[in-house]
Design a protein around this ligand. Structure first.
Ligand SMILES: C[S@@+](CC[C@H](N)C(=O)[O-])C[C@H]1O[C@@H](n2cnc3c(N)ncnc32)[C@H](O)[C@@H]1O
Length: 230
């Protein structure tokens, strides 16, 4: 089934794969923040010219990478290399399809990978900005047993407590960050998990957390956070 995502007018997005996450409020929270905070001078306070490599981890339809590519085309000083990665082959197919639909030919470097496991060594120490709208809900249990993940579950299943995958992402991200300059990691969390528990683990990895924006959806708050060097 071809799902055309019609509530996002700035770029064309299609999603012909059932297992690929259709952009939702969490995706829009990130994109809206970038709309407000990237300009000719600054990438959210960083010198925009110094931002060389940007990664959209768990790209899904490609919405974040595509939106950043669109901004690059409009902002002269924003000339970063944009990378997009996902564990699902269909997400990479879908994001490439959307790259073509928006006429952004070969603007984005796609990497099919489980977190950073298949990233080439030459990308170590290079990312100034990494964005991850991760799966952030607790795994399902049926009769006390964890349900085995299917493709589409990868969009929301963040592990038993909801943030294990995110913490694994953070520790794998460390060697890929450009620590000689400033860097930012943007991610979404949910009030449906006891996320405060992870803040200590983040501090051990050398990150401090800043809440940037929140929105209330049905039973939870979804929160856009930014990690930076302590
Ligand atoms: C909530 S969706 C976000 C999709 C898209 N970034 C957006 O904002 O609409 C989470 C994405 O992370 C991907 N993902 C889940 N586990 C992953 C892993 N271990 N490595 C890379 N990507 C993963 C999923 O396939 C999915 O595309």
């Amino acid at each position: 089934m071809l799902r055309t995502i019609s509530n996002f007018h700035d770029i064309i997005l299609e999603c012909p794969f059932e297992d690929v996450y259709a952009p939702s409020d969490d995706s829009f929270l990130i994109v809206d923040y970038f709309k407000e905070n990237i300009n000719e001078k600054y990438f959210d306070g960083l010198d925009v010219k110094s931002v060389k490599n940007v990664l959209d981890m768990g790209t899904g339809t490609g919405i974040i990478a595509l939106y950043l590519t669109k901004m690059k085309n409009q902002i002269t000083n924003f000339s970063s290399n944009i990378f997009a990665s996902d564990i699902l082959k269909n997400a990479i197919r879908c994001a490439k399809l959307n790259e073509r639909l928006n006429n952004f030919y070969q603007s984005i470097t796609f990497i099919h990978s489980n977190l950073f496991r298949s990233f080439p060594d030459n990308l170590r120490n290079t990312f100034n900005v990494i964005i991850f709208n991760p799966p952030y809900l607790p795994s399902l249990r049926v009769n006390g047993n964890l349900v085995i993940k299917r493709g589409e579950d990868k969009s929301w299943d963040g592990g038993e407590k909801g943030f294990e995958l995110f913490l694994e992402f953070c520790s794998q991200a460390v060697p890929f960050l450009n620590v000689t300059q400033s860097f930012y990691i943007y991610y979404v969390s949910s009030s449906a998990t006891k996320f405060e528990d992870t803040l200590n683990s983040l501090a051990h990895l050398g990150f401090k957390n800043k809440i940037l924006k929140k929105t209330h959806i049905f039973f939870e708050d979804i929160v856009l956070n930014r990690l930076e060097k302590i």
